[in-house]
Design a protein around this ligand. Sequence first.
Ligand code: ZN
Length: 451
Amino acid sequence: MYRNGRQVPIEGVSIVAEDGRIADLTRELPEGETIVVPGGVAFPGFINLHNHTINAPLFRGIVDDLPRKAIGESKVYSMLMPMGALALSYLDPDELEALVALGLLEFARSGATTLVDQFRPRQTAILDLARRWGLRLYAAPYLFSPAGAVGDAAVARAAQGSFEGETGLAAFEELFAHFDEGERGRIRVILGPHAADSCAPDLLKTVDQIARERRLLTTIHLAQSQGEVDRVRVERGLDPAGYMESVGLLREGVIFAHGVHLTDDELARVRDSGAAIAHCASVFLRGGKSPNFARFAKHGVRFGIGTDAERMDMFSQLRASGFASKQATGAGDAGTAAGLFHAATIAGADALRRPDLGRIERGATADIVIVDANKPHLQPINDPIRTLAWYASSADIDTVLVDGRPIVRAGRLVGVNEQNLVKRGAAATRRVWQEAQRRGHFPIEAAPARE
Ligand SMILES: [Zn+2]
């Protein structure tokens, strides 16, 4: 449970949920509808602070093991963005929904109960499905500056296919009017300018203004690659943190995805500003880079954990973060389970201005995950937080509650034909791959290695 700003394990306690809130923690078996998971370990659902849901199925087995020469300086602009755009323009609405559903199905039992997702605004299926399935979603439809306002041709090209020269603000307004459920709602529509090198100052200043007026969160990729840092310096004459400051976005209420190329001086400025970083280790590890979560902790920066769609299993993301930190610092006590758990729950919730999430305590929102710990790889349990962070996986999840409502029971999404969804989602994904290959959108090294 949550005590004095920390997660503290306790044993033999029942959690009583009423009207979506944790009403009580008791040693007696409460009355009413009861969920009992013998040997279960309950924890506050993780906050996945940065993700692109369709990318998980779309790039599975495609972006792994790629040599640098195959993708150029930035995989984001040479491959991920063009493939994402293709999925949207090429699939029919049913196929697109199937692709999104496959991703969201993975999310639903990833250990997280809150998802922050950046996506192209035509992909409204993510909002429809999250609403239908009762998931907690912070939806950040992309905003881009039109090509003329961005110096780099590859960056400008990547944005195309989204809005044909528009910024996406009109689409944001439409989604906001249609889906946003207000401060404590399950579905929020927030501001999602794509990145420091694909968004010009006038757009970012508008974003800042809207965000302040409506008290909305903003999330943007920042210092994700050296190429981006170089482009920002050339085009704006500033380092990435300085560029954010110049447009009003170096402040509380802003979540920077990655920040791996921020200098020590920039990290100090981010810390002082109250902005948060969404740390996503495994996408960098996959490309042979070395993200170091201990570095953010050392500088006192607020940060949470995101999966960035490498996969959505939060346990495996915690492990990737922890191991990367231990490796980078040469110290076994860097990137501890307690530190990772704090980042993925309390810190992530605070970055979303939701101190009622990420905690099991009276009055908190009942977003709870229960792992079935009666498994050989989880026993015996010495320290439950270490057990979850280092040894559990999404396959160990028995139950997921969001707002006190069971979303997953016995490891299955309630009320959904999973088999059918998986089949349809995989078929839609394959259609995109085939078309991408035909158009030469992905390098030969990424082509399926079977006859
Ligand atoms: Zn991202």
